[in-house]
Structure formats: C-alpha cells, structure tokens
Design a protein around this ligand. Structure first.
Ligand code: GDP
Length: 425
C-alpha cells in the first residue's frame, strides 16, 4: 500500500519517529520534497541520529530509501550524512537518488544569506540554500543530479548557471569563486554517482507488486508554499498533494495518509503562531519537550494545540488517521488548553487564514483537565490515565479523524497503537 506520513503543524511534529516506526514494514521509504533544512531525529539501536536528507528507512535492511525528483540536495551534505551512517555500521547502498532531483550549490547558500539580508522582515530561513535552489529550478537555471554523470557537460552547465547567477546578483561574486564550487562538487560526485537512478520504474513496479511504500513529508502543512503562512514557508509542498509531483506517482495511488501532530504546538522561525505561549507554560513545554531544532539548534516557540490547523490539514491532506506525539510532555499540568477556533474582529474562523490575517487572530480556547502521572511507560490506550484518554478522544472529535497512534516518548517502543474497535469509539 502507498502510505503518506505528513506534518500536520509547523514541522518537527515527530515524523522522524513515526516513519522509523512504520518503516519496519515498508519496502520503500520515499522523500518527495524539501532539502536538508529540516532534520528528523531518530533514536534506535544504532544510536541517535539527526537525518537531514537520507530517509529514515535507511535503518531497515529490507527497505529501499528514495530521494524523489521534488527534493533538492546539497551534494557534500549528503556525502557527509552517508559517511556518518556508514561509520555507525549502516549499509547505505539501499539509497536511490532520483536523477531528476535538483542540486543545492554553494552559490544558493550565498544567495540565501544575501536575500535574507535584503528583506525588511526576515522569513527565518535556515540559510542552507534551499529556497534559492527551488527558485533556480522554477527559473530553469537549476542542475539536476543526473547531470553529475557527464563531467564535461556538467562543467559547461555549471559555468553558465554560475555566470547567470552573478549577472543577476553581482553581490554574490564576493562570496566565492567558480573554482571553489567546482572543486567541492567534484569531491562529492564520485561518492554519489552509484546512488543516482531513474526512480520511475522502481515506484511503478512497487505499485504493481502491491509493495508497502511510505512517503515521508518534511516540515508540515503550515510551512507549505501554497497553504502555509506565506511568506514564512518553505519553497516546496509538504502537503500530501505534493507527493504526486515530487515522487512521480498518481495521487490516486495513495491510500493511507497519517497526519503527525504533537499534543501541543511548536514553531521555529518567523511568522504567525496564534497559540504561542510566552509564559511559564511555554517554558514548561520547551524544557520538558526538549524543543530545540535538530538542524539549527534554534529553540522552538511552544504553545497549545491548535485544532483549526488540524482540521484544515484533515481536509487538504485527507488524513485517514492521526498520530498524536509527545503526549507525555503534557503530564504534570493541572489544566490543558486547546484552541478550537480563532476569532478576529468579532468573526470566528474554523480554519487558518493567510499570514497577514493570521497575525491578527485570537485563539478561542477550551480547557481540559490534565493528569499528573508519568505516562512514558504506558503501552496500551487503557494504560493511560482517564484524563489523557479523554484528551485524545476530544481531539479526535474536534478534528473528525481517528487518532491511531499515541506517542509517549522518543523510543520506537513508546508508541501506543490503538485497536480498530477503539479508534471507532
Ligand atoms: P520531525 O522533524 O517531525 O521528525 O521531528 P523531530 O525529530 O525534529 O522532533 C521530534 C523530537 O521529539 C525528537 O527529538 C524525537 O526523538 C522526540 N520525540 C518524538 N516523539 C516523542 C514523544 O512521543 N515524546 C517525547 N518526549 N519525545 C518524542
């Protein structure tokens, strides 16, 4: 079955853990968008890893990991990640990179810095060149990974692309030279060549053979280029609708879509965040949830769970189920607030608004009773305190989607799978 795992909030929901958990059964794990700018943190028997590009299926010996055409990748960053994995004893030969994926080149990183300096209001990018690489892709100046194969042609193409870039943004010339770019690309090329392939037959045959294929989204719906809080968004489409374009599969092939959400909300970077807490509750969630970015180390802003966002994703992404992560972090609170709607100028809104209006909304909260027990050892739904069970059921009712998984800790084993009977309750 083709199964998608997508972020239901602003990213960092714990997709990495769920993909690692679900990849146990998957034949293929496919990334369809994004670059090395958001990290997945995986804790397993090999250790703790912050993966930025390589899909987390790499830890399972029977799983093929795919970087689809919609991904942009920095060659040297990928080489470094592969080297780290190999050093931990992981066989990376089961990685396949689409020849159509685009490369992030050093001048994209320079451009990212340069552009962020020009903006009066920062977008809060991770300055890794992802946005500029997508700009070049759309502008038809980009270089595809498959172009690494022909060295002579590659050099000509890179020279043209670099010159065009400098012509458009002369300020970039002071950041570095063509020779530096060429040398770093050559260093990564030899290592990457064996991984590059046409991924279309791979996915077609997997579908024909009814294999289990997991599509792993990066970030979340609120950072989607079209449906997030533009311009505080990423340059690609993490929503389930991005899978068709980014992986090269028909949308009708995707049968199961799991929305990943924390039991509260976090966001990194700039932009509106209606339920953000600037009080001791916010600090409590940040400390207890270890809310610091896997890639950037930036502290994440924390706030209460936001139902309008989940409801919006339930429609746009078509969730067939939710995974509710980090429920353990809420233990110890007397009361838990949940935003069920927004209000602006006396009007109530059920769904998020564009960023310029989202800045102005006030969340409308409902209060649920908390629980004091440590739940990190709970392994069944019935093990959870009554108030925690009630919280999960209430979220289901508000969003209108069953919560199939409840996560109570970072480890794979700390995952409660709810039985079918119960999710219908
Ligand atoms: P992703 O980008 O969506 O994969 O999110 P990250 O991996 O960056 O962030 C999730 C963080 O929370 C990681 O450090 C995980 O190990 C951790 N984590 C995941 N699920 C749980 C959970 O249920 N409880 C706790 N306490 N930590 C969790």
């Amino acid at each position: 079955m083709f199964h998608a795992v997508v972020g239901a909030q602003y990213g960092d929901e714990g997709k990495g853990k769920m993909v690692d958990y679900l990849a146990e059964k998957a034949d293929l794990v496919v990334r369809y968008q994004g670059g090395g700018n958001a990290g997945h943190t995986i804790v397993n028997q090999y250790g703790k890893f912050a993966l930025h590009l390589v899909p987390s299926g790499i830890f399972h010996n029977h799983t093929i990991s795919v970087l689809g055409a919609g991904v942009v990748l920095h060659p040297q960053q990928l080489v470094d990640e592969l080297t780290t994995l190999e050093a931990a004893g992981i066989d990376t030969r089961r990685l396949v990179i689409s020849e159509r994926a685009h490369m992030v080149l050093p001048y994209h990183i320079w451009q990212d810095k340069w552009e962020e300096e020009q903006r009066s209001k920062k977008v809060g990018t991770t300055l890794q060149g992802i946005g500029p690489a997508y700009q070049d892709k759309v502008g038809r100046f980009g270089l595809q990974v498959g172009e690494l194969r022909d060295l002579h042609r590659l050099r000509t193409r890179l020279e043209t692309a670099f010159q065009a870039k400098i012509n458009r943004i002369p300020g970039l010339a002071s950041y570095g030279t063509f020779d530096e770019i060429w040398t770093s690309l050559l260093a990564a090329r030899d290592k990457l060549l064996p991984y590059i392939a046409d991924t279309t037959p791979l996915l077609y045959e997997a579908h024909q053979a009814e294999k289990d294929v997991l599509f792993e989204g990066q970030l979340g719906i609120m950072r989607d280029l079209d449906w997030g809080v533009y311009p505080f968004v990423t340059s690609s489409n993490p929503i389930a609708g991005g899978i068709g374009a980014g992986a090269g599969v028909p949308p009708t092939a995707i049968r199961r879509i799991t929305g990943i959400t924390k039991a509260y909300t976090t966001a990194v970077g700039e932009g509106p965040f209606p339920t953000q807490l600037n009080d001791s509750y916010g600090t409590y969630l940040q400390d207890k949830g270890h809310e610091y970015g896997a890639t950037t180390g930036r502290p994440r802003a924390c706030g209460w769970l936001d139902i309008p966002t989940l409801r919006y994703g339930a429609w746009i992404n078509g969730y067939t189920e939710l995974a509710l992560m980090k429920l353990d972090v809420l233990s110890g609170l007397d009361q838990i607030q949940v935003a069920v709607r927004y209000e602006k100028d006396g009007t109530q809104y059920e769904w998020p608004l564009p960023a310029y209006d989202m800045e102005l909304v006030q969340p409308v909260y409902e209060t649920l009773p908390g629980w004091q027990e440590d739940i990190s050892d709970c392994r069944t739904f019935a093990d959870l305190p009554a108030n925690a069970q009630a919280f999960v059921r209430q979220v289901e009712a508000w969003v209108g989607v069953p919560v199939r998984y409840v996560s109570v800790g970072p480890d794979r084993a700390q995952t409660i799978l709810r039985g079918d009977m119960e999710t219908q309750a």
